[in-house]
Design a protein around this ligand. Structure first.
Ligand code: ZN
Length: 352
């Protein structure tokens, strides 16, 4: 009886497994025959109630059958996995070249800006933030740029249509015009109103000018302003600091040349040159044979600017400059058209 039953169960299993098509069906079948509550396992458990001789006999048979079933399940599992595996599709050709992942690029302006911030931070400078929209007072009056100065008229400055009610005690007008700042110096007085010397800061950021664009002019460009104020600051500090910065930036020893110039917010003011980074001063096409490269304006802070900030006259001295970040990037990477920076041309960006 028992022998028959166990044989029947086994036959039943071998028949059922023929129809199995999926791993899930196989799992159900395994549960049905070898699960804890299955008939077969229940049968095996009942053997312990038999007399020792009978138990021995059936035990061996039952274990053999269990082994067969287990083995068959394993085989079927392997078969199903192989069937589901598409070797054409899944096989790996290790000789194929890898697929490169696209990685974002920093605009060279950002690369240069971070480099500038890095060098000045190590020299103990604070990196300050200005605003891109300034009142007429901060962008012009406070910088000692007189009301009739051509820079104020529509040709050079982007004025906003919106005006605000004046809240600055030093301004006589009732309403203030708002401008897209035309230089980072616009942040100088704002900073000085809130901080007492001594301090040294750089202010990197976007500036805007309403002018025609060409290979060296853009309506939107980046400057970094440096401003150092204390009681004993002189032109020597300006020269040394600039020399130190540019030498680190261009990774070569550069010399500085100052030529007298005029900016309303400096006294004295200078045009600022460094030795050519290509020929080191010998003369080449990059410097048109002169050995020097023009970098921008610099100077000692005009006492009128200190006065506009609320500092007493002649108590402090300071130096300041505003250099173009694009200009530095163009020199560093040999870029010949400033308009490329904002062109959004990926072929340009991807080179950096
Ligand atoms: Zn040169």
């Amino acid at each position: 009886m028992k022998k028959e039953k166990i044989k029947n169960l086994s036959n039943q299993f071998f028949q059922e497994i023929q129809t199995v098509q999926s791993e899930d069906q196989l799992f159900q079948l395994e549960k049905k025959y070898l699960g804890r509550k299955s008939e077969f396992i229940g049968f095996l458990k009942s053997l312990k109630n038999l007399a020792p001789e009978e138990r021995k006999q059936f035990g061996r048979l039952a274990n053999e059958i269990k082994k067969e079933i287990t083995q068959k399940l394993e085989e079927k599992k392997k078969e199903l996995i192989e069937k589901s595996f598409d070797f054409e599709k899944e096989s790996l050709d290790v000789t194929m070249p890898g697929r490169k992942k696209g990685v974002g690029h920093l605009n060279p302006i950002s690369i240069v800006r971070y480099k500038i911030e890095d060098i000045f931070s190590r020299m103990g400078y604070e990196v300050a933030d200005g605003s891109e929209i300034e009142t007429e007072f901060y962008n012009f009056d406070a910088l000692n740029i007189p009301a009739h100065h051509p820079a104020r008229d529509m040709q050079d400055t982007f004025w906003l249509q919106q005006k605000i009610k004046n809240q600055h005690p030093k301004v006589k007008r009732e309403e203030e015009r708002l401008a897209m700042r035309s230089q980072t110096s616009a942040g100088q007085v704002k900073y000085m109103e809130k901080h007492k010397p001594p301090f040294r800061i750089i202010v990197p950021g976007k500036c805007f000018r309403n002018e025609a664009t060409d290979t060296t002019h853009e309506h939107t460009f980046y400057q970094f302003e440096a401003l150092v104020v204390g009681e004993n600051i002189n032109v020597g500090h300006l020269k040394f600091t600039a020399q130190e910065f540019f030498s680190q930036f261009f990774k070569q020893k550069v010399k500085i040349r100052l030529r007298p110039s005029y900016f309303p917010f400096t006294e004295p003011g200078f045009e600022f040159d460094i030795t050519c980074t290509v020929c080191h001063g010998k003369g080449c096409s990059a410097c048109q044979g002169g050995g020097w490269l023009e970098l921008g304006g610099a100077g000692m802070v005009n006492q009128n600017v200190f006065e506009a900030s609320g500092y007493p006259r002649n108590k402090y001295q300071g130096f300041a400059w505003g250099f173009g970040i694009e200009r530095l990037a163009m020199m560093k990477y040999g870029i010949d058209d400033v308009r490329l920076f904002h062109s959004g041309d990926l072929r340009f960006i991807k080179q950096f």
